[in-house]
Design a protein around this ligand. Sequence first.
Ligand code: SF4
Ligand code: SF4
Length: 74
Amino acid sequence: MADITIDKACCKGCDICLSICPKKIFVRSKKRNDYGTNMPEAVNRDACLFCGMCERLCPDGAISVRKTEEEKEK
Ligand code: SF4
Ligand code: SF4
């Protein structure tokens, strides 16, 4: 399971994360940030490959992906 966080103070809702994740982990949620942007939400986190694409390609550096303690022990 991946611990995925999206910084709501940075995300501008460009949807790049939705399109580049090979496992389609990001979906558009109904939650809005202070700019009125509908935030992406990470679902199906078990499927994360830890490829780092979302962290590298988010233009605002809003995404952080970490392994949970449980995942590190595998
Ligand atoms: S790529 Fe970054 S800025 Fe764009 S929607 Fe995803 S989290 Fe927000
Ligand atoms: S690390 Fe890779 S598989 Fe995991 S959420 Fe980001 S783009 Fe998707």
